[in-house]
Every structure is written in C-alpha cells, then in structure tokens.
Design a protein around this ligand. Structure first.
Ligand code: NDP
Length: 293
C-alpha cells in the first residue's frame, strides 16, 4: 500500500468500482452525495467515508459525477479547503469549456486539473480495463499516470485542457450513431425473417461491425436483458457536448448533429432518461412491430 492519499467523489455506476481499485493501492477517502453509499463503499473496499471538506486532505482528488456543472459546484465548495499542489482528475464525461473555467478557478488555489473521461463502461471499470483520454499539461499527466494505471488498460494524453472531454464526446457520438444505425438495420432484417443471432455473427466478421454489434447487441438486446449501466440521459448529454465541439470547430457534421436530434426524440418517446441507452433498440422495435430476439 502506497502512503499517498487519494480522495474520490461520486460513487455511481463508474465511480464505485474505480474507487474500489484505488482503495487496494492507496489510502482512499470517499464522499458521495447520498452518503450511505460512501459508508457502504468503505465497508466493501476498506476506503474511508469522510465529510466533503475532508476530501481536500488528499494529494489527488477524483470526481466522477454526471455533468461538468456538478464538478464546478464541488470545486467551489472545496476551494477554501484545498492545498497548493493538489491534483484534481475529473472522470466525468464533461464539457471542454466548463472544464477550462473550473481549472482556472482551481489554479488560483494552486490546484492542478486534468479532464480525464473514461470509456469501457461499467464492465471495463470493474475489470480495471478502462480507457482514459486525458486533457491537460504533460507534467500533470505524468503525475496522474501511476494512479490511472490502477484501473486503466489504455491511457492516452490527447492534448491540452478540454481535449479529453472533446474526444470523449466524439467517441460517444460514434457509439450513438452505431447504436441507432444497427437498430434500424436489425429490425429490418428481423422483419424479413432473418435470425438476428446469425445476422450478428455475419456482421461481426465483416466491415460493418462495431462495439455495438460485437458487445451490446449480443449481450443486452438479443438476450432481452437491457441491464441498466449507462443511462440514456447521460448519452444524450454527451451528444449535446459533441454538438458544442462541432460548433466550436466550425466544421460540417450533418450526421453527428442529426444523431443528437434522434436521441432527443428517443428520450421523449421512451419518457425516461434513466433507462439504459440500449433502450433505443426497443424504441426502433416498437416503431417496427418486431423484436430483435
Ligand atoms: P451514475 O448516475 O451512476 O452516478 C452519478 C454519481 O454522481 C452518483 O454517485 C451521484 O450521487 C453523484 N452525483 C449526481 N449529482 C451530483 C451532484 N450534483 N453533486 C455531487 N454528486 C452528484 O452515473 P455514472 O457513474 O454512470 O456516470 C458518471 C459519469 O461518467 C457521467 O459523466 C457519465 O457520462 C460518465 N460515464 C459513464 C459510463 C457508464 O457506462 N455508466 C461510461 C463512461 C463514462 P448519488 O448517489 O447521491 O445519486
């Protein structure tokens, strides 16, 4: 066990297992808005549940909350307690511009900041196989690396502050495009009498394959299990961030703009943001009158 102390805020679907990995290697302080979850984490992983201001005692602070505004609110609340030289690693899938503002605020207190969203889902986090895309200064990235190695299989410094969030937003827009497009294709095939398992077997050995066809459809849709690990609302949020990235770049992006609109419609039609993002396949099924099973 290293003698370095880390603090983790946000023990949700992603934060829970990641803080668990950290607790095996470092003294880990945890705080969660619903505090009972922090206490449960301490019981399960040997972390220490502490009041929010105590998190400031850590040399490295991690956040993994829904949106960048939550991170900024936490930074504001912790500001009077933070120490010179603390490193703040934000695992939220957030907004590049908001991250820069939060970083500026923290810098006034001598706190370093990296935007470091994760990919690989809950299963990747549980198995310490996450991918992390990091924005920020090289020296801060090198300082973060030994901590990230605790639970990441792939660690990429993608650029300056905000670049991590931008890359993550584009990544998730690609996930959304694949999810929607494969749902459209599969309902058409099933309606024509094609067995979905055989269709996926062929596609997954062909050029149209993706994480959606290789993993999500076989394990969640065809099995009808739809486990709730990544909320539709969180993916829709990422599509809004991707649109901001496109606006800032001023580049053409008709498909990525459209997919945001599709997911807004899906959220309205399904009537919930809390369902798993793969519920989009069920919406296409409902519109088509078939089930991909
Ligand atoms: P969850 O909804 O499972 O957890 C959110 C966590 O943030 C909870 O601990 C929640 O506390 C806390 N929280 C919510 N609002 C606030 C607030 N205003 N202030 C302080 N804490 C707050 O989300 P996920 O773990 O799924 O996602 C977290 C981030 O990671 C998101 O940005 C998401 O887009 C991203 N992500 C998610 C992936 C996934 O597969 N789930 C994959 C990759 C990235 P409480 O317990 O009180 O509700």
């Amino acid at each position: 066990m290293s003698d370095q102390k880390v603090g983790f805020i946000g023990l949700g679907a992603m934060g829970w297992p990641i803080a668990g990995h950290l607790a095996k290697r470092f003294e880990t302080l945890v705080w969660n808005r619903t505090f009972a979850k922090a206490e449960a984490h301490a019981r399960e992983f040997g972390s220490r549940a502490v009041p929010l201001e105590k998190i400031a005692e850590a040399e490295v602070i991690f956040t993994c909350v829904p949106v960048s505004q939550d991170v900024d609110d936490l930074a504001r609340a912790l500001l009077p307690h933070l120490h010179l030289g603390t490193l703040w690693i934000d695992h939220t899938s957030g907004e590049p511009e908001q991250a820069k503002q939060t970083a500026r605020k923290l810098a006034e207190q001598g706190v370093r900041y990296l935007d470091a969203p994760l990919s690989g889902g809950v299963v990747g986090a549980e198995n310490a196989r996450s991918t992390v895309m990091v924005g920020g200064e090289a020296a801060d990235f090198e300082r973060a690396r030994p901590f990230l190695e605790t639970y990441c299989a792939k660690i990429v410094h993608v650029g300056p502050l905000g670049a991590g969030h931008a890359v993550k937003a584009v990544n998730n827009a690609l996930l959304a495009v694949n999810l929607w497009a494969l749902s459209e294709g599969m309902v058409a095939l099933v309606k024509q009498g094609v067995n979905p398992g055989l269709a996926l077997e062929a596609i997954n050995a062909s050029s149209g394959r993706s994480n959606v066809s290789e993993n999500l459809f076989p394990s969640r849709v065809v099995t009808r299990s739809f486990p709730n690990t990544f909320a539709l609302g969180l993916l829709a949020k990422d599509l809004g961030i991707c649109t901001d990235v496109i606006e800032a770049a001023g580049t053409p992006a008709p498909v990525l703009r459209q997919i945001r609109e599709f997911f807004a419609i899906a959220k309205r039609e399904i009537g919930s943001s809390e369902v798993d993002h793969t519920a989009v396949a069920q919406l296409l099924e409902r519109w088509s009158g078939v089930e991909i099973r």
